[in-house]
Write a protein that binds this ligand. Structure first.
Ligand SMILES: NC(=O)C1=CN([C@@H]2O[C@H](COP(=O)(O)OP(=O)(O)OC[C@H]3O[C@@H](n4cnc5c(N)ncnc54)[C@H](O)[C@@H]3O)[C@@H](O)[C@H]2O)C=CC1
Ligand SMILES: O=C(O)C1=N[C@H](C(=O)O)C[C@H](O)C1
Length: 263
């Protein structure tokens, strides 16, 4: 059994993870943290009460329970501190929270090595989104003019999404940086052409009704190719989270991306 705590347990993703961990063979929920503490981690997610209450002090829980894994779905502004605290206690972080900078990821990689404690980060745990990213990298070899449109619920804090940035980074592995569109184009309203990642444009839509969606549109001579992924609910991320929680302790250092865990 791999012992797991969930950080951000009262949130949209945290609650889905609480349920998935309690239902997964091979994982044992031993604690949970959220700034909104108090709830029973069973009854909070429609399971029988289990007496494991959501706590508010991560460090105290890590010291007391010594869990092997901490799954983190909190906020972009607190995730780095959570991960460093977990590593200092030799607990392996499995991180879904987006917004970590490249510099922060480098520090996490260093701390993982120094504490001999593996860490795992995935900007998206849905298998379909992982396939979209891998297929986009392949398509960009032949159709290097590309724009990304990501669409999310209107409670999302960060833009562009972690998935959109990771998709652009993977495309950039095979695509020479170049400006797209008319060399003389100009914006009549600021932001009309979206964010710029090495000449690729990324557009962020935020509306009630959406969960998590992304289109990658490639343009070529007389043709376009659109690859689209839709997460209809947060259960879509759970097989990936459970897989990472089971595998993280057998990894070395920092691993980024669910594609690295797939056969
Ligand atoms: N990698 C992936 O596949 C996915 C990643 N995400 C990311 O996960 C993160 C969370 O998303 P949601 O669950 O929708 O947000 P949410 O706002 O519903 O949940 C965040 C939870 O964290 C808690 N929290 C805030 N500060 C905290 C702290 N210092 N310590 C402990 N708990 C704290 C909040 O009280 C809240 O319950 C976002 O960054 C989002 O982009 C979301 C879906 C999938
Ligand atoms: O905030 C969300 O909801 C999601 N965030 C992740 C991201 O920023 O890519 C993953 C997924 O898109 C849902």
């Amino acid at each position: 059994m791999t012992t797991v705590i969930v950080n951000g347990a009262c949130g949209r993703m945290g609650q889905a993870v609480l349920k998935a961990v309690q239902e997964a063979d091979g994982l044992e929920l031993v604690g949970a943290v959220d700034i909104k503490g108090g709830a029973d981690t069973g009854s909070l997610v429609g399971l029988p009460a289990n007496g494991i209450l959501v706590e508010t002090d991560l460090e105290a829980l890590l010291a007391r329970k010594k869990p092997e894994v901490m799954v983190d779905f909190t906020r972009p502004d607190v995730v780095f501190g959570n991960v460093m605290t977990a590593l200092a206690h030799k607990t392996s972080p499995v991180v879904g929270t987006t917004g970590l900078s490249d510099e922060q990821k480098a520090e996490i990689a260093k701390a993982a090595e120094e504490n001999d404690t593996p860490a795992f980060i995935a900007p998206n745990f849905a298998i379909g989104a992982v396939l979209l990213m891998v297929m986009s990298r392949q398509a960009a070899k032949y159709m290097p003019d590309v724009e990304i449109i990501e669409l999310h619920h209107d409670k999302k804090l960060d833009a562009p999404s972690g998935t959109a940035i990771q998709t652009a980074a993977m495309i950039a592995e095979v695509r020479k940086a170049h400006k797209q569109g008319n060399p003389d184009e100009f914006e009549k309203l600021e932001g009309a052409r979206g964010a710029d990642y090495e000449g690729m444009h990324i557009h962020s839509v935020r509306l009630p009704g959406y969960v998590a969606h992304q289109e990658v549109i490639f343009g070529g001579l007389g043709q376009t190719l659109t690859i689209r992924h839709d997460s209809m609910n947060r259960e879509s991320f759970m097989p990936g989270v459970v897989l990472a929680a089971k595998k993280v302790c057998s990894l070395k250092g920092l691993t980024v991306g669910l594609d690295k865990l797939l056969d």
